[in-house]
Each structure stands twice: as C-alpha cells, then as structure tokens.
Write a protein that binds this ligand. Structure first.
Ligand SMILES: C[S@@+](CC[C@H](N)C(=O)[O-])C[C@H]1O[C@@H](n2cnc3c(N)ncnc32)[C@H](O)[C@@H]1O
Length: 261
C-alpha cells in the first residue's frame, strides 16, 4: 500500500534525510532533481531495462550497494517475491527504507558490505551489482565473493568506465615478447585512481569496457548481454577459467543489528 503522507510531508522528510544520490519519484516528490547526471538512475535504467526479465514473479533479488533503493524498487515492481538491498552506508539505507515505504513496496534492507555477503548464507536468483565495483579497493575479490556466496543465476553489473568501449578478444596465452597487445585500446585495462576522481576519494578504479568483461568472465560470469557500454547482464557459471582462483575471504557472521529491514 502506498503512503498516506501529503506531498508536503514527503518533501519535508525526504529533505531531512538527504542529500540523495538516487532521483526517485516519491508520490510526486523528486528526491534529487538536480543530479549531475540528470534523472539518475532512471536515465541509466531506461537504456537497459529491456535486457533483464520483465517478470520476476517468485524470484529473489539481492541489490548490492542499493543506495536509495531505486533498483530494489524496480525489481519489486517486476514481481520479485523477495528483494534484499544491502549497503554499508546507514544514511542511504534510511533513504531506501523511506522510498520503499512511500511507494508501498515490501523490501528488506540491511547494513552489510559486499565483502561480507558470505554471511547471508543464501543465493539469489538475481544479484544487482551496479555502480559499486569502482568504489572498491579490491574489486576482483568482491566479484569472487559474489560468485562464491550469493549469485544463483543472473548478475546485473555496471561500472563507471573510462578508456575505450572496444572489447578485443583476449588470447588464451601469449608469448613473453608479445607486448604490443597491452597498448591496444580494447585490451582489458583497469585504471588505478590514487587520489580522488570527480571529487570522490572512494573512486579507486576505472575499468575500460574490456576490463569489465574480462573480470566478469574471470570471476565465473558468462556475459549474456551488453545492452549499453557500462552494463553487462551475466549468468553465473560453475567452471572458472582458472580452477584455483576464487574467493578465500571467509564468510563471517553478520554484525549485530545488521540484518532485517
Ligand atoms: C554510485 S552508488 C551506486 C548506487 C546504485 N547501485 C546505482 O547503481 O545507482 C554506490 C553505492 O555503493 C555503496 N557501497 C560502496 N562500497 C560498498 C561496500 N563495500 N559494500 C556495500 N555497499 C557499498 C555506496 O554506499 C553507494 O550507495
């Protein structure tokens, strides 16, 4: 059931828990109308919304780095039975809970880092990993942990990317003296950001499109669709290209008070 709050009251409460990164329509009140990327993430979502199942009836969804809850709500609108949004930022979780309440969606939100997904002890039909990888100092570890512990079938991935959009074939092996390929624009490249980028010191990496694709494959995700430059729709596969790779980070119990909505 949607909220009975007046627009004035929604505005007041939304402002009190801002600033928002997600621009969402909460009963006619937009949460981040001046977002520097425009109507974000709506504008992003419209570019790939058709590439994911329209009907998620009976499916479970884990939204990692859920922020204000935009994707969690969109998945619920598609009929998902259970949606769990996790984020390690309590302020964003407060926004997500408010957005879900105002829009009348039953969604669980919990404070949890992607590095601790092992503590969830369950797999989800759809895992959303949008806009988080480049904020992590250990991006491949996060992908390995998602594969190891929570991915059940589909993975929806997006990252800020810089460099070429080309995705070259990478060789199974190369000669020690074959150095030219590393300079090709479509070779997988993960640009390291030592200090800050776009005034955000948590932007640690900027992969090119080839690096996003290669890391996904390397972590055990088959790429089904690449509907726009930054977005990949993947399926978890059992076999890793390098059998001895993978997550070694242990699953630890959820911190006290972190579970539940
Ligand atoms: C750029 S926002 C992306 C939000 C949303 N997923 C989207 O695509 O619009 C990054 C989000 O990831 C969260 N985040 C960053 N590092 C995280 C971590 N280690 N574990 C869980 N969430 C994290 C941030 O708090 C923030 O909400």
């Amino acid at each position: 059931m949607t909220t009975t709050l007046s627009q004035e009251e929604i505005r007041r409460q939304a402002d009190a828990i801002g600033p928002w990164f997600h621009n969402m329509d909460l009963g006619g009140v937009w949460t981040a109308p001046d977002h520097f990327l425009g109507d974000y993430p709506g504008v992003k979502f419209r570019g790939f919304a058709d590439a994911i199942p329209a009907d998620l009836t009976g499916r479970s969804v884990l939204d990692i780095g859920c922020n204000g809850g935009f994707y969690s709500i969109e998945m619920k609108k598609r009929g998902a039975e259970r949606v769990l949004g996790i984020d390690f930022d309590e302020d964003y979780l407060t926004q997500a809970r408010f957005a879900a309440r105002v829009t009348g969606h039953d969604i669980e939100f919990a404070k949890l880092s992607v590095y601790d997904v092992g503590s969830l002890g369950e797999r989800f039909d759809v895992v959303i990993f949008m806009g988080v990888l480049y904020h992590l100092r250990h991006p491949l570890l996060a992908l390995d942990l998602i594969h190891e512990h929570v991915a059940g079938d589909l993975l929806l991935y997006q990252s800020l990317q810089r460099g070429s959009a080309a995705i070259d074939e990478v060789p199974e092996n190369a000669d020690f003296w074959d150095v030219e390929m590393f300079d090709r624009p479509g070779y997988p490249k993960l640009h390291f950001i030592e200090h800050s980028y776009s005034n955000d010191p948590t932007n640690w990496w900027a992969p090119n499109a080839a690096a996003s694709a290669a890391m996904l494959r390397s972590a055990g995700f088959e790429i089904l669709r690449h509907p726009e430059e930054e977005v990949f729709v993947c399926r978890r596969v059992e076999v890793r290209p390098v059998p001895w790779s993978g997550a070694v980070y242990p699953a630890r119990p959820a911190p006290r008070g972190s579970a539940g909505s």
